[in-house]
Design a protein around this ligand. Structure first.
Ligand SMILES: [Zn+2]
Length: 67
């Protein structure tokens, strides 16, 4: 049986930035980015939370089958 090598990856990675709720100000709900992000791939792989720049790097590595 032949196996297609690196033809097209089935990896569709989503990076979700984490936010956290802050105390309401003047009745408005407030949120801020924590700088953390979580990876979720269509293949079932997920990782994080981790710093956003690292998440972007790991996403690229994962898509190319390195990590
Ligand atoms: Zn994947």
């Amino acid at each position: 049986m032949e196996v297609a090598m690196l033809a097209y990856t089935p990896h569709d990675v989503r990076i979700t930035s984490e936010i956290r709720a802050l105390p309401p100000q003047d009745g408005w709900a407030c949120y801020e980015r924590t700088g953390q992000a979580t990876l979720i791939c269509s293949c079932g792989h997920s990782d994080g939370p981790m710093p956003s720049p690292l998440a972007v790097m790991l996403a690229k590595l994962h898509i190319h089958g390195i990590a």
